[in-house]
Design a protein around this ligand. Sequence first.
Ligand code: AMP
Ligand code: MG
Length: 399
Amino acid sequence: MISVEEADKIILKTVKNTSNTEGVSLLNSIGRILGEDIIADRDFPPFDRVTMDGIAFNFTNYKAEQRRFFMENMQAAGEKQLTLIDATHCIEIMTGAVMPLNCDTVVRYEDLKIDNGFAEIQIENVDFQQNTHKKGRDRKLGDVLIPKGKRLSAAEIGTAATVGKSILKVIKLPKVAIISTGNELVEINETPEAHQIRRSNVYSIAALLNDTFKINAHLFHFNDNEIDITEGLKNILLKHDLVILSGAVSEGKFDFVPKALALNNVKCLFHKVAQRPGKPLWFGQQLNKAVVFGLPGNPVSTFMCACRYVLPWINAYLMQKPTNYAFAMLAEDVYFKPDLTYFLQVKLDNNNGILMAKPVAGGGSGDLANLNNADGFLELPINKSIFLKGEIFKFIGFR
Ligand code: AMP
Ligand code: MG
């Protein structure tokens, strides 16, 4: 049995860098990893942009004590740049318009008295170039606005849109298969008999991957039959980068997954981790090919292992850097004696900026309904058995 930290190392070693990209439409790119630099196609802003409605004039005349200006013309947003013909006049100007030629300064309507085609400045202090957003002030033509490798959020979409990127190059997602095993499992639209249950695990894993990385995994099922699993895995391993199995990795007489994987030349890199839940976790790889997680079948174990081990593998595959974990403060004392890392289900409460983790332990690794009351797992290390209120631990969130 290896430690959680050793498991992390072994898992991340199997990650190959990927630079394959595909094009997706702008709004479908949210949550994906950018596969190209987004470059400024012009200066930001692209012209001297007026930021207030009012008048534009030449500051030299204001400095020479002129306060009353004849409004010679009007410049709206979306119109070509006008020229102020008489330097002692002004041009009525709107937010978003180009600063007219021979003008450099804007005073807003609120600070003017307007009568008979004249605007008179009512305030004492006017600064040169005020209320203008100078061309190229923010970014220059050719600047990298968003670097390759950035995970796209709504914040990046506006920038990509403004440089005309209707299609973005993003890193290709890994092809993922999720497989349930077990004679007791039926489809979720079936009515189980008394001794059966619905195969919920594949759906929670699929949802987790979709929610986190927009991966659409392929779902499969095998009964507890060594030949069926061995034969079925052949094709699945060939067609996927990542294969996630749920169930049949423990000591049971029908736990055929490790053997079926071995028969398919998937090398076991570890089996069993000193943790609760999820002790029977299995991990391996076909030589330079598919990576395989054999997650224990109990729903909370499956879900915890998917959050704690599968997501970081995908994150490293796509982002080429380790997962950045959050930390939270234990809100109550916790006692856990076994010599295992304990992934405690917790509910988060934000207490004046401090994330407080309140234990909602639940009824064990089969109690999947308890996950609905939790926000994530607090990772309580193996080397202690008493965890005090106020101590800070790694938090693996799933919301
Ligand atoms: P196993 O790891 O195959 O021994 O399964 C452990 C427990 O998890 C058993 O009670 C199984 O019925 C249950 N289980 C296994 N796979 C699933 C699944 N896909 N959905 C829900 N429960 C499962
Ligand atoms: Mg089973």
